[in-house]
Design a protein around this ligand. Structure first.
Ligand code: PLP
Length: 406
C-alpha cells in the first residue's frame, strides 16, 4: 500500500489517547470520524487570524473569510462533480439538509395522494421529515422492504413505484447494516418515470467515490463530521432546475435580494437556502477535510476498510454466540452484531473499560431493529486509520464479555 498506516495514524492526534489506562480503540466511525491535524489547524487558524462575517463586509478579514468559504463550496462541488457551484448549499448537517429538502420539496411539488418512496433501512432523518411533510401536504409515505440479508427487495421497489410517486428518497449506505444500495439502478428506474431521486450519502461520502452527474441523482445530502470534517456543517446538493423552483426553508439575512414590509425578493442560489450567519469555520474545515481525503485516496480507503471488514467478519463468524445483522453482498465497513443473550448496552460498557469504543443501540434506525426482531445491535465501524490489531482488541474484549455472561 502506498500509504503508511503509522504515518496516517499520526495525522489523527486523538488516536494516541488512552481510555482507563488502555490505548483508545476507536471503532465508532459511522457515528463520527476523528479529525486530522490539518482540519484542527484550519479551524484554529481561522479563529486566530481570519474570523469575520462573510458576504456583507468590505473589510479585509471579511473578504478573506468570504473567499475561503466560497472556495470550500467549490472544493465540495469538485469532490462530488456537481455541474454548478451554486448547486452546493451549506447546511448544519445531513439532518438539517433532509429537513430543509423535505419541507421545500413538499411545498413545491407535493399534493394530497402523492407518494414518497423511501426504504425500510432509512435513518430516522430520512423518515421523520417526510412524515412531517406528509401531515402538511397530504402525501403518503411508501416503504421498499428489505430481505433477511439487509438488501433492498428490488422487485418490490418496481411494484411500489407508480405515477403517484413524486420522489424516491434513499440511503446510499445503511449506517446499521452496512448495505451499499444499488443507487445507480434505482435512479435509472425512477428517471424512466420522470421521478427525481434524493440520496442520503451520510455513510457513503467518506468511503465511495460519488459523481452526482454520472449517478444523475437529483439531490444528495451528507454531513461534514462523517468525512473527517467538523460537526455542525453539511451539504444539500440539488440540481439547479429543482432548487430554482423550490421555496426557501428559512427566512432571514443573506437569503434575500430586497425586503419591504409588503414583499421580499429571495436571493439567487445557493444563498436562497442559506439564511443567517453560516458555520463559516465549519465550511472551511470541511473543505480541508475533503482535500485530506482526496490526498489519502478513495482507492486506498476502499482497500484498507474492505480488508478490515473482511477480517472482522471472519472473526465474528467463528464465534457461535454472534449473529451478524446485515450480510449484504455489497457492504461498507460496518459490522453490526447481535450477541446471544447479552444486551448491547452491557457489551458496550464492558468494551469501553477495555478502551474499545463501539456504538450500541438502534442507531436511529428503529424500523431495522424491528425488522430483525432485536432491540439494538453492537456496531463496530471501521475507518482507514484502524488496524487489524484493533479488530483483535475488539474480539478479545467480546470474548471476555461472552465468557462473563456464560
Ligand atoms: N443518514 C445516515 C445514513 C446516517 O448514518 C446519519 C447519522 O448517523 C444521518 C443520516 C444523520 O446525520 P447527522 O446526524 O450528521 O445529521
Amino acid at each position: 500500500m502506498i500509504n503508511d498506516i503509522n504515518k496516517i495514524r499520526q495525522d489523527f492526534p486523538i488516536l494516541a489517547e488512552q481510555v482507563y489506562g488502555k490505548p483508545l480503540v476507536y471503532l465508532d466511525n459511522a457515528a463520527t470520524t476523528q479529525k486530522p491535524q490539518i482540519v484542527i489547524d484550519t479551524l484554529r487558524d481561522y479563529y486566530l487570524h481570519e474570523n469575520s462575517n462573510i458576504h456583507r463586509g468590505v473589510h479585509r478579514l471579511s473578504q478573506i473569510a468570504t473567499d475561503k468559504y466560497e472556495a470550500a463550496r467549490e472544493t465540495v462541488r469538485e469532490f462530488i462533480n456537481a455541474k454548478f457551484t451554486d448547486e452546493i448549499i451549506f447546511t448544519a448537517g445531513t439532518t438539517a439538509s433532509m429537513n430543509a429538502f423535505a419541507y421545500s420539496f413538499a411545498k413545491a411539488y407535493l399534493k394530497p395522494g402523492d407518494e414518497i418512496l423511501i426504504s425500510h433501512m432509512e435513518h430516522h432523518s430520512n423518515i421523520v421529515p417526510w412524515q412531517i411533510a406528509c401531515k402538511d401536504c397530504g402525501a403518503v409515505l411508501k416503504v421498499i422492504p428489505i430481505d433477511d440479508n439487509g438488501e433492498l427487495m428490488l422487485d418490490e421497489f418496481e411494484k411500489l413505484i407508480s405515477p403517484r410517486t413524486k420522489i424516491v428518497s434513499l440511503v446510499h449506505v445503511s449506517n446499521s447494516l452496512g448495505t451499499v444500495n444499488p443507487i445507480q439502478h434505482i435512479i435509472a428506474k425512477a428517471h424512466k418515470q420522470n421521478i427525481p431521486v434524493m440520496i442520503d450519502a451520510a455513510q457513503s461520502i467518506q468511503h465511495l467515490p460519488i459523481d452526482v452527474q454520472k449517478l444523475d441523482c437529483d439531490f444528495l445530502v451528507f454531513s461534514g463530521h462523517k468525512i473527517y470534517g467538523p460537526t455542525g456543517i453539511g451539504i444539500l446538493y440539488g440540481k439547479k432546475k429543482f432548487l430554482d423552483e423550490m421555496p426557501p426553508y428559512q427566512g432571514g439575512g443573506d437569503m434575500i435580494l430586497s425586503v419591504t414590509f409588503e414583499e421580499t425578493k429571495f436571493n439567487v442560489l445557493p444563498y436562497k437556502f442559506e439564511a443567517g450567519t453560516a458555520n463559516i469555520a465549519g465550511a472551511i474545515g470541511l473543505g480541508e477535510a475533503i482535500k485530506y481525503v482526496k490526498n489519502i485516496g478513495l482507492d486506498f480507503i476502499a482497500t484498507a476498510e474492505g480488508e478490515l471488514l473482511d477480517y472482522a467478519t471472519s472473526l465474528a463468524n467463528e464465534i457461535p454466540e454472534i449473529r451478524i445483522i446485515g450480510t449484504a453482498k455489497e457492504k461498507s465497513s460496518v459490522l453490526s452484531l447481535d450477541v446471544k443473550g447479552i444486551h448491547p448496552h452491557d457489551i458496550g460498557s464492558i468494551l469501553d473499560r477495555d478502551g474499545v469504543a463501539v456504538r450500541t443501540g438502534h442507531h436511529c434506525t428503529e424500523p431495522i431493529m424491528r425488522r430483525f426482531n432485536i432491540p439494538a445491535t453492537t456496531r463496530a465501524s471501521f475507518s482507514f486509520y484502524n488496524t487489524k490489531a484493533e479488530v483483535d482488541a475488539l474480539f478479545a474484549s467480546l470474548q471476555k464479555v461472552i465468557k462473563l455472561f456464560a
